[in-house]
Design a protein around this ligand. Structure first.
Ligand code: FES
Ligand code: FES
Length: 178
């Protein structure tokens, strides 16, 4: 039995301790916002926040996550109100969108440490891959999110999700209650 915290909720996984965290999140907890891209630690689509660090969840086992605090894209906000999410919407970042959750999680971790990152600092901190090549918009959105977090900019609220937070929580029990 492996125990740790996912999105502020204690979880116990009755799975092989060597199971990658990515599969526990997606298959056992139904937290499918975290994506499987390569499985080799290269793309960053599976990025989650573990104890304040951006970690590729395909590269850590649930045994290695024991006792730690894991946050996935589902817990950033129940209604897209997180500044990074708002900025990604305002800058129309996603093309296919597959890399977006991992990018947002990596950006969220960076912005907790650096509220005014330069392009070079963003490139150094976020090595996630975007096969659609949206890097210019990703950088602009991260700098916009930094301005929002500093109080230098406000953006209109992102459109509401197509599913209410209550219905999403019913469909995905591991979601943090709104
Ligand atoms: S799926 Fe984990 S880094 Fe690509
Ligand atoms: S938007 Fe398609 S991979 Fe980044």
């Amino acid at each position: 039995m492996t125990r740790f915290t996912v999105n502020d909720r204690p979880v116990q996984y009755r799975m092989d301790p060597d199971t990658p965290l990515l599969w526990a999140l997606r298959d056992a907890s139904n937290l499918t916002g975290t994506k499987y891209g390569c499985g080799t630690g290269d793309c960053g689509a599976c990025t989650v926040d573990i104890d304040g660090e951006a970690i590729r969840s395909c590269q850590i086992t649930i045994a290695q996550a024991e006792g730690r605090f894991v946050t996935t894209i589902e817990a950033l906000s129940p209604d897209r109100s997180n500044p990074v999410q708002q900025a990604f919407v305002a800058d129309n970042v996603p093309q296919c969108g597959f890399c977006t959750p991992g990018m947002i999680m990596a950006a969220s971790v960076l912005l907790k440490k650096n509220r005014d990152p330069s392009d070079a600092q963003i490139s150094a901190a976020i090595t996630n891959l975007c096969r659609c090549g949206c890097y210019p918009r990703i950088h602009e959105a991260i700098k916009r999110a930094a301005r929002i977090l500093r109080g230098d900019e406000q953006v209109a609220a992102a459109p509401p999700p197509g599913i209410t937070p209550q219905d999403a929580a019913r469909a995905v029990p591991a979601l943090r209650a709104p």
